[in-house]
Write a protein that binds this ligand. Sequence first.
Ligand code: TXE
Length: 481
Amino acid sequence: MARVQNYINGEFQDALNGATLDNIEPGTGAIYGQLPESDAQDIDLAQTAAQKAFSTWRNTTLEERSAILGRIADLIDEQREPLAKAESRDNGKPLALAMSVDIPRASSNFRFFAQALTQFSSEAHESVGKNTINFTLRHPIGVVGCISPWNLPLYLFTWKIAPALAAGNTVVAKPSELTPVTAHLLAEICQKAGLPAGVLNIVHGNGSSAGQAIVEHPGIKAVSFTGGTKTGAHIASVAAPMFKKLSLELGGKNPNIIFADCDYDKMMATTLKSSFANQGQICLCGSRIFVERDLYASFKTDFVSRVAKLKVGPPSDSVDLGAVISSDHQQKILSYIDQAKAEGGEVLIGGNTVNVPECPNGFYLEPTVIEIKDHHCKVAQEEIFGPVVTLMPFDSEQEVLAMANSVPYGLSASLWTSNIDRSMRFAQQIESGIVWVNTWLNRDLRTPFGGIKASGVGREGGLEALRFFTEPKNICISYQS
Ligand code: TXE
């Protein structure tokens, strides 16, 4: 494995305190490397470098900025295979998924914002009859913090960093301590692409020390965070009194609502993915499946028999599910399955660890379907973030809408129907930031991305992200006619 180091002011270095954390490979359960266990000193060093680089980077022409970000995208494409292998090993996800989704999306993030920055413009407002013109400048904020989770490591890391850099900010970024490797490889790519020293600084370490220091640092003016809802609430409590700009992309407990008039084959193939892709560790997974009663019995039989065919195994093999991220997470998921049984849920398939003979200590779990009687049960209300879905029938639109909206979260929802009127009624009333009709995880990077309720605050994506990473300044000029 590549030796993971901090990347500060264009140089690779260990944590100033010399401490390291072990990096565990989910597929084998073995320690396979170390990463710096950085603390506030390293964040301060990174912030100083970013502050120094800011005045030059913000004045770098749009063409030059765009060219550098475009080169980063090209280099990610060139190194797709080694990056995908590193991501799969570090996270436990199937290699094919990293090859087809994670790494291509990381390069798309850079390419998209390399182009978007050349199209970003501000507004002018002429106060007609008052001899006054207003125009609004959009300036970069300064040094910003980007903190990302382990489930889609390079995908989500670049989803924050690319717009922050495109808008002219300099960045102090921290990937998850559980998946540091592709962030380290990204630093090498940025160096090669000619990103000036100090513009992007990557610091590794635990959330409670390195992450917390980013949020607390008075010289880091905005924080973009993706991760758990509890962590998001804590970050808000630290950052809000400092009046930092905050974008919080948090958990989800998304409904997948299936009507009898849907395109059955397309729905079934997509529902398998929306339930179990990335071992169910995507905040957009449709973990609560509701099926119209007329279709319920046949759906249940077909779905369970399709789930039975999913292959779980070492992420480097041709498998549908690899390993979950950690032993702790595996135990947490299993405890939810126990809780579901205690609350009267029936495990239709799965529910156990998987013994993979060549990797006996890996963190493998069976894809699990639980039939529930009451949508208020814990397993249908709390984010499990694993290969576990609940299944329940419904009789009417009103009933399923009430059940769908009954959770604290509001990130995304999927609806399967051929009735356009119904899809519009749902889209209007469902409490979520994203609604997919007859599709799932279908993303156009120009569209706003984010949730409501406990799923977060603010939007990422397209111009929303460039607006987040800039501060508007209105200039009002009165003139003599
Ligand atoms: O997230 P954390 P974890 C959910 C999912 C999962 C749960 C916990 O339910 O089980 O979150 O996952 C950093 N100040 N999602 O433990 O702890 C941390 O180091 C600053 C949803 O990984 O929130 C990491 O880089 N930073 C999700 C990042 O925050 C702190 C994706 C996320 O860690 C910090 C992943 C602090 N005090 C998990 N504490 C989604 N919505 O996509 C931690 N961090």
